[in-house]
Design a protein around this ligand. Structure first.
Ligand code: COA
Ligand code: NAP
Length: 271
């Protein structure tokens, strides 16, 4: 079920937008009539995403290969897209990488790689996009994660990086507000059928059940759940929302506090 909003004549750029959650967002904007640019590292992913997007909405689609760690390549990606579809009305920055590893076993390069993709990469995307954003009126959405405010074992790199992403959201809301640019973070909960879900949250059926137990609404999220929030935040209906971190997680961020307290034998939890 998808929100119905008119994005005809709008240019929506989704960095990291060729698979998973971000591709779901790209599809949703295409369905609402937007011209959509998607960018990521792998040509195969870019080609596949463009083929699927071409069959949706107005069919105005552009795809580009770029690694968010390469500042100049990110700049070229924006220049090419803007030449084709004009200034960017909605920018989604969602490229990310992650793996599970205890901090004591993590190599320096392993830590740096995730910080480079998630945090430095987000800065590259926002920094290079700024000149090309519609002013006033553009909406920027960073895809963050509950790791940004909930410490999680085996994810020192991603926790540090996503916390930084949320601070970028807040700082740039301060700096760019006077230009009429809004910027917010979406923090997805466990979204079924995605790489992040498979890799980090529920690799086995047992993990599946445990993960579900942490969601008050008792279901995993869908691509549409996140896409609907992105459509809203990208639309004029969210015209007074900036600098916000918006969880879309069935209440999971709240529930995750409970097992931590239980594990610690918190007095307030004893019968
Ligand atoms: N455990 C421990 N260390 C790991 C690891 C793991 N599972 N996976 C990678 N690393 C380390 C590597 O050993 C390397 O460090 P080293 O040089 O000290 O050996 C470092 O991380 C970089 O790995 P590399 O494979 O060269 O990085 P990459 O740039 O090709 O890929 C990743 C980046 C590792 C984040 C990769 O998982 C990726 O591309 N992920 C994108 C998709 C994804 O994770 N989606 C989930 C949603 S965020
Ligand atoms: P995904 O499918 O792996 O999405 C990551 C995207 O980023 C891919 O399109 C990937 O394409 C691209 N990417 C990765 N590294 C890149 C780089 N260096 N430069 C450019 N693009 C790069 O995973 P997902 O699970 O849908 O996650 C999407 C976003 O949601 C991430 O920001 C993640 O942190 C967040 N999130 C996910 C969940 C979840 O339940 N899945 C929960 C919370 C937050 P290429 O491989 O082609 O580069």
């Amino acid at each position: 079920m998808q929100l119905n909003l008119d994005f005809n004549g709008r240019h929506v750029f989704v960095f990291g937008g060729t698979t998973g959650i971000n591709f779901g967002i790209a599809q949703a904007f295409a369905r609402q009539g937007a011209a959509v640019t998607v960018a990521s590292r792998k040509q195969e992913n870019v080609d596949n995403a463009c083929t699927q997007l071409a069959g949706i909405g107005g069919g105005k689609v552009h795809g580009v290969c770029a690694d968010v760690r390469d500042f100049d390549a990110v700049g070229r990606a924006f220049a090419g897209a803007v030449e084709r579809f004009g200034p960017i009305d909605v920018l989604i920055s969602g490229a990310a990488g992650n793996f599970l590893c205890e901090a004591k076993d993590m190599s320096s390069n392993g830590f740096r790689t995730v910080v480079d993709i998630d945090l430095v990469g987000t800065f590259h995307v926002l920094r290079q996009a700024h000149a090309h954003l519609r002013k006033p009126g553009a909406a920027v959405i960073n895809i963050t994660a509950p790791q940004s405010f909930i410490p999680m074992r085996y994810q020192a790199h991603a926790c540090a990086a996503k916390a930084g992403v949320d601070q970028l959201t807040r700082v740039l809301a301060l700096e760019w507000g006077s230009e009429g640019i809004r910027i917010n973070s979406i923090s997805p909960g466990p979204i079924e059928g995605t790489e992040g879900f498979r890799k980090l949250m529920a690799p086995t059926p047992e993990d599946h059940a445990t993960a579900l137990g942490h969601v008050p609404l008792q279901r995993f999220g869908s691509l549409d759940d996140i896409a609907n929030l992105a459509l809203f935040l990208g639309s004029p209906y969210a015209g007074y929302i900036s600098g916000a971190l918006v969880p879309c997680d069935g209440g999971g961020a709240l529930e995750s506090v409970k097992p931590a307290l239980e594990a610690a034998g918190h007095a307030g939890l004893r019968p």
